[in-house]
Write a protein that binds this ligand. Structure first.
Ligand code: AHM
Ligand code: MG
Length: 337
């Protein structure tokens, strides 16, 4: 059995010129994930302390759960502690946070994260996740980190991943060399390699979308949903509809089984709901590394040049043939503003 720690060290040894900083950064994420996992497992028992709403809102006007804030603090502290990261941006922080300790001014990496995605599911014991995205800074080391370090297109990512806190907890990541999954063994306190080199089937049979918003969807998405529901033996339609409402869990299932996840634009969310930098880009990188695709219905997600930290985008991600088909119908029936 190979643990995540061993796997990180083994891979680093294959790149003798690497400084080990990225490995060390991934180890910080692994450690924070264990702490957050422990608290999530206790959330149902001690609702008044760690479960439920925090009574505050984040910059996007969403109610923060106590565990959102806790997870944000744990990941932030873990990333600050070791000196590889010069700053972070998070769904739970209005602005990016510079780690301006002198030594960290020289650090190479910035991390963008959603510390606890899908957190409204905590109170009902449904899987939630952490998403992270790692870039090399573009400002000069030694200078304070700036907004330009965070507003990079997804193609610049050096690593990305997620933790899914589900019936088992898993950490799945890529450094641009395939996607690898590790399942947490609570008796050992270790993430153990369980899914090496994950590949998304190019054609799946699952579609995931909040169909309650149907009336607000663009025509191209409506047409694609009709396509999913029609009978066709060759493409094994009708497909199954599966929607947990927890992006990491829906993405994880679709990546293993084959499927498409869509969060389109709508009349109340003209740019969709999901955030480009710390939700869509990292999962797009993972999807592509596993042989899948991610678009906003028209263009490749990872080529979008971000203009704001909390920018939203419509999102289509998963099996390549399914994303292509949805794209065809978007091109035919919807216009791209
Ligand atoms: P959050 O970052 O506030 O948790 O919101 C993101 C979540 C995703 O996990 C999920 O896929 C989506 O919101 C569900 O939204 P909806 O309830 O509109 O279907
Ligand atoms: Mg989120």
């Amino acid at each position: 059995m190979i643990t995540l720690g061993e796997y990180i060290i083994k891979n680093q040894a294959e790149y003798p010129s690497a400084s080990g900083e990225l490995s060390s950064l991934l180890s910080s994420i692994r450690r924070a994930a264990k702490v957050v996992n422990r608290e999530i497992n206790r959330a149902g028992l001690v609702t008044d302390i760690i479960g439920g709403s925090n009574g505050s809102e984040n910059v996007q006007g969403e109610t923060q759960q106590k565990l959102d804030v806790f997870a944000n603090d744990v990941f932030k502290a873990a990333l600050e502690a070791r000196g590889e990261v010069c700053g972070i941006a998070s769904e739970e922080e209005d602005h990016f946070v510079a780690f301006d300790d002198k030594s960290q001014c020289n650090a190479k990496y910035v991390v963008l994260m959603d510390p606890l995605d899908g957190s409204s599911n905590i109170d009902v014991n449904v899987s939630i996740g952490t998403i992270f995205s790692i870039y090399r800074r573009i400002s000069e080391p030694g200078q304070p980190v700036g907004i330009e370090d965070f507003l990079q297109p997804g193609v610049n990512q050096v690593a990305a991943g997620y933790v899914v806190y589900g019936s088992s907890t898993m950490l799945v990541y890529t450094t641009g060399n395939g996607v690898h999954g590790f399942t947490y063994d609570p008796t050992l306190g270790s993430f153990c390699l369980s899914h090496e080199n994950i590949r998304i089937p190019e054609q799946g049979t699952i579609y995931s979308i909040n169909e309650g918003n149907y009336i607000k969807f663009p025509e191209g998405v409506k047409k694609y949903l009709k396509f999913c529901q029609e009978k066709d033996a060759e493409t094994r339609r009708p497909y199954s509809s599966r929607y947990i409402g927890s992006l990491v869990s829906d993405f994880h299932r679709n990546m293993l089984k084959g499927g498409i996840y869509i969060y389109p634009s709508g009349t109340s969310n003209p740019k969709g709901k999901l955030r480009l930098l710390y939700e869509c880009n990292p999962l797009a990188f993972m999807a592509e590394q596993a042989g899948g695709k991610a678009t906003d219905g028209f263009r490749r997600i990872m080529e979008i040049k971000p203009t704001e930290l909390h920018q939203r985008t419509p999102y289509f991600v998963g099996s390549s043939k399914m994303v292509d088909k949805a794209g065809e119908l978007m091109a035919e029936y919807s216009s791209h503003e």
